[in-house]
Design a protein around this ligand. Structure first.
Ligand SMILES: Cc1ncc(C[n+]2csc(CCOP(=O)(O)OP(=O)(O)O)c2C)c(N)n1
Ligand code: SF4
Length: 249
């Protein structure tokens, strides 16, 4: 029987996110997976900019904050100095697919032994809901009030799929944080991503389709529906890439 308990990795500081924001769910499952895999003594997180900029305030293990778009590079440096630690970066789509795209791709290309948690809510949340590289066609944002038009704003980047074609990337999976079933899937993918790092296989990444009800102008439940019915069509959840079998899960 599983008894509910508060994750050891999290302290008691309340999350500051808007109602219905799924950053909190991502934080929680990260805590649970690290605890379940017995990695709390070895984990080092790297935060980025955006609404999750204060992520380091919430955990009871080592965390550092990187400047705009640089989290994958900072994680690389830490992992190279401390190869026995489990190092991950937590980056939003604005931070990773926009501000730090070059560094993010080269990190995957080099096959750095880090894990990236990529939170895709299809907008620059913290700064007012501007269009991000991942904003969907026709999606309304504060800078595309009539909806993203590919004629002028191009097409959304499928960052995960771009990473997956690189040889250095050994695991890429996408989950949506919309229901208990999908959250369990997200946990499973995160567990596999860390396992690849433990086995020193290469770069691993999980993308979580995440809700930003505030900037989407949707109530929380409708925002989750938007992920399932609209966003998941363009960014289908599932394992995009997995190489060599894992030893144990
Ligand atoms: C006016 C302004 N422009 C740009 C920045 C730089 N900046 C900080 S956070 C951010 C957006 C981050 O978006 P994302 O990574 O998607 O994270 P989210 O807030 O959606 O979780 C930007 C562009 C800033 N702080 N202020
Ligand atoms: S603005 Fe969006 S991403 Fe930021 S806390 Fe609010 S709902 Fe979450």
């Amino acid at each position: 029987m599983k008894v509910f308990s508060y994750p050891k990795a999290l302290n008691e500081l309340k999350f500051h996110y808007c109602p219905g924001c799924t950053h909190g769910i991502a934080h929680r499952i990260l805590a649970e997976v690290l605890e379940e895999m017995d990695l709390l003594d070895r984990a080092i997180g790297v935060g980025s900019v955006g609404c999750s900029a204060y992520i380091y305030e919430h955990y009871n293990f080592d965390f550092i904050q990187a400047a705009h778009g640089r989290a994958s590079s900072v994680a690389t440096g830490i992992k190279r100095v401390y190869p026995d630690r489990i190092v991950f970066a937590y980056q939003g789509d604005g931070d990773m697919a926009g501000l730090g795209l070059g560094e993010a791709i080269h990190t995957a290309g080099r096959g750095e032994r880090i894990t990236v948690i990529f939170i895709n809510n299809a907008v620059y949340g913290m700064t007012g809901g501007q269009m991000a590289p991942t904003t969907l066609i026709s999606q309304k944002t504060s800078t595309t009030p009539r909806g993203r038009d590919p004629e002028s704003a191009g097409y959304p980047l499928k960052l995960l799929d771009m990473m997956a074609v690189l040889e250095g990337c050994v695991f890429a999976a996408r989950a949506s944080l919309t229901s208990p079933k999908n959250v369990l899937k997200a946990k499973e993918y995160l567990r596999q991503a860390f396992q690849y790092q433990l086995e020193n296989k290469g770069y691993s990444i999980v993308e979580f389709l995440s809700a930003c009800p505030t900037n989407w102008g949707l109530e929380p439940v409708k925002a989750l529906k938007y992920i399932d019915e609209v966003m998941s069509k363009y960014y289908p959840p599932g394992i995009i890439k997995t190489v060599s079998p894992l030893q144990r899960l």
